[in-house]
Design a protein around this ligand. Sequence first.
Ligand SMILES: [Zn+2]
Length: 228
Amino acid sequence: MFDLKAAVAKADYVTFLTGAGVSTPSGIPDYRSKGGLYAHEASPEYLLSHDNLIAHPANFHQFVTESLYYPDAKPNVIHEKMAAISNAKGAIVTQNIDNLHQAAGAKNVVPFHGSLYRVYCRKCHQTVPYQTYLKTDRHDVDGGQLRPDVVLYGEGLDEANINAAVTAVRRADLIVICGTSLKVAPFSLLINERRPEAQVVVVNTERLALPFQYEMIQADAETVFADL
Ligand SMILES: [Zn+2]
C-alpha cells in the first residue's frame, strides 16, 4: 500500500480536501442518509435550499436543527492528525459544516460550505449563539429570521473561501482527498487547480473513479490516520 506517512514527511505543503466521511466516525451521519427520514416530504437538496428557507421557514428550521446539528460530537483521530500536519505545513479545505477540524485545533481551515455554528439574523445581520437557533429561528430583538452561515442549494459560495481554497490547492505538493467521493461541484473542481507535479492521494473505503492520476489508499480513514 502507498506510504502516506513517508509522503507527508517528504512534502513541503500538504492540503487536505475533506468531506462527510471524515466526520462519520465522530457520529455525524451524512445528512443525505438521514434526510431519508424526510424523503416523503422533499429531497435533502430541497430541504437545504434557499427556496425552502424562504418559502417554508418552520420546515427548514426543523430539518436543520433535527438533522444537522451534533453539538456534542468530538473530533476523531482523522481531524487530530490533519490538524497537526496542516498546522505544521499545510491547509484543510472541507465541505463539512460541523466545525470539527477547528475543534481539533486546526488553524488553517477553509470551511468551503460555511459553518452551522455561526448563526446570524437575516434582517439585522447580528450573530447569535447557535444554541439560540436550536430553540427558535426568530431573532428576539427584531423578529428577523435566524439562519446558519452555511451555503444552501441555490446560494453562491463565499468568494473569500473560494480564493483561500484555490490558494491552498495551488500551494500544495501533496494533496490528500479523504471522506469525499469528490462528485459535488464546485468543490470537486478545486483539484483542477493543483500544480502539475503535485502528488494526489485518495483515502477512501471504496474505490473512486476520478478523472486524474492519483494514489489510492483503499482503507478505513481512521486506521490510516491513526498510523500517521
Ligand atoms: Zn435581527
